[in-house]
Design a binder for this molecule. Structure first.
Ligand code: 2P0
Length: 335
């Protein structure tokens, strides 16, 4: 089994860096329509199952890398310069070190860097920024060192930051392969060759508070203790087949029904863990009931929910006014 450093070195070896003054990259956040929940290797962040997502357009992260004038690594998050021991800064610098070490940046020639990262995901939109954050950082590092990495390599590297970041390297519908290689070299993402402009996503924020249990810890607990987790890989397999058919045929009902049942099954799995993991708030349950009622009344609307209480609605553009009337607080994703 590889360490993260060995994994990064295996991808970056053979690339000769040419260091730029400055590089900036943007990556969109994404929402999984068929979820990733559980790791087959927690050190390398390798998932148990494949997953499939769609990007959140202009919502995401822009990251700039440049030389530090004072010779110290510095991380600036949303305009705030972070302390050296801030957990986020440490995570970012450790990630940058995977590149600096693999590219054999000898101490004398090791650039001290300032990493400026801005999330335009509005506070309280209920969308995680780790996916777009590590994807933007990976792309910015690729440009800063003039590596010209392929999309697949970028997705493999971004995964070392966060599993969902692997998918945020690409736009549109993205398929993440879990792979079977113990070294993780086949655990990459790729974009699907299809667009669906009619498909819309609306964000409903129930709570903007940080989640009580991180995805990493929540996954570990679910895999280790939930009796329902045994069935999860089979459910994902069958949902992925349906989702691919739905996207190909532009069958919205199939896409929505599959995404919703996949998300609710993931939450059931979590609630069956010991101790139970419940990310929902009472308002989350109320929105689920309302969506299901509206659907019974004929409005084609579905939902998906990540590891938190916030709800993402799925609907078609033609129904936007009706959906907005029912959910006036919804924030429409501009894709
Ligand atoms: C997903 N989630 O597929 C699933 C659905 C949340 C629920 O990927 O531990 O932050 O960094 O690999 O990517 C959130 O987990 O977890 C996530 P790590 P990550 O989008």
């Amino acid at each position: 089994m590889l360490t993260k450093s060995e994994f990064a070195a295996r991808i970056l070896n053979g690339h000769t860096p040419s260091i730029k003054e400055k590089a900036t990259a943007f990556a969109s956040a994404n929402i999984a329509l068929v979820k990733y929940w559980g790791k087959r290797d927690s050190r390398l962040n390798l998932p148990v199952t494949d997953s499939l997502s769609i990007d959140l357009g202009s919502l995401g992260t822009e990251t700039t890398i440049e030389h530090s004038p004072d010779g110290q690594d510095t991380v600036i998050l949303n305009g705030n310069k972070l302390a050296q021991d801030d957990p986020f800064a440490v995570k970012v610098i450790n990630f940058v070190d995977l590149f600096r070490n693999a590219l054999n940046q000898a101490a004398a020639n090791r650039p001290a860097l300032t990493i400026t990262t801005n999330n335009n995901i509005p506070t309280g939109a209920g969308v995680a920024s780790s996916a777009s954050g590590f994807a933007a950082l990976t792309k910015a590092l690729d440009q800063f060192f003039s590596l010209g990495l392929a999309g697949r390599e970028l997705s493999l590297l971004a995964n070392l930051g966060s599993g969902s970041a692997s998918r945020s390297i690409f736009k549109g519908f993205v398929y993440r392969h879990a792979g079977t290689d113990p070294d993780g070299m086949d655990s990459y993402s790729e974009p699907l060759p299809c667009t669906w402009p009619e498909l819309k996503i609306g964000l409903i924020t129930v709570s903007a508070k940080a989640k009580r249990v991180s995805s990493r810890d929540g996954m570990e607990r679910t895999v280790a203790t939930s009796p329902l987790y045994k069935k999860w890989p089979d459910q994902v397999k069958s949902d992925l087949a349906k989702m691919l058919d739905a996207i190909k045929a532009k069958d919205f009902e199939l896409l929505g029904a599959t995404a919703e049942s996949n998300a609710l099954a993931m939450h059931e799995c979590m609630r069956a863990a010991t101790p139970p993991l419940n990310y929902f708030e009472p308002e989350t349950e109320a929105i689920i009931s309302k969506v299901q009622k509206l659907r019974k009344e004929g409005l084609p609307i579905y939902l998906t929910i990540d590891a938190g209480p916030n709800v993402k609605l799925l609907y078609l553009n033609k129904d936007e006014e009706k959906v907005r009337t029912e959910f006036p607080d919804m924030r429409v994703v501009n894709r």
